[in-house]
Design a protein around this ligand. Structure first.
Ligand SMILES: [Zn+2]
Length: 176
């Protein structure tokens, strides 16, 4: 008896609640009103409400994107180097320069060549050898703590790229 008769569908107020109006006003503000300097206040507002979870999600997205790009770079370099496999530039100076350029490029992207003999990450170099006027291509790497050279053909080997291994901190062996 005490309860008033309600008709929810028709009794709704025609005006939106106050907080919604606020939101509308902000969105409707013409952007060019105060000239180019007005962006400063908007930036300050944005900086105060960064949600850590949101930031972490953004960083995770960025990391995925970087990994994807890194993989594309690796495959692009590998595809170009594959065209040089089996070739020689005819002189030890030219071959050395080639190996050096390749190494420089790989280093910039955190990459190494994969040794065709043992599979370990290596640096491609050209070494002099008796009977090979233009030198030989070798894989220079450290295996069991020892600098080791594999390969030794007069033509450029098949190149597979791998990630550069993390550097071991010095003195680790003494501690263990
Ligand atoms: Zn090797």
């Amino acid at each position: 008896m005490n309860a008033p008769q309600r008709r929810p569908s028709t009794d709704f107020p025609p005006t939106p609640p106050p907080d919604l109006q606020d939101g509308d006003r902000v969105a409707d503000e013409p952007p060019a009103k105060n000239g180019p300097a007005e962006g400063a206040s908007a930036d300050n507002k944005g900086a105060s409400v960064v949600d850590p979870e949101h930031a972490a999600a953004l960083l995770a997205d960025l990391k995925r994107e970087m990994n994807r790009l890194q993989r594309e770079i690796r495959l692009a370099i590998q595809a170009q180097l594959a065209r040089m496999a089996g070739q020689s530039l005819g002189s030890i100076e030219a071959n050395r320069e080639l190996a050096r350029s390749i190494q420089e490029m790989l280093d910039a992207h955190g990459l190494r060549v994969r040794c065709t003999h043992c599979g370990n990450p290596a640096i491609l170099r050209v070494s002099p050898r008796t009977g090979a006027a233009a030198g030989v291509f070798v894989f220079d790497h450290t295996i069991d703590g020892r600098r080791t050279f594999h390969g030794g053909r007069i033509q450029m080997p098949e190149i597979r790229l791998v990630a550069k291994p993390a550097r071991k901190p010095r003195g680790e062996k003494k501690a263990g």
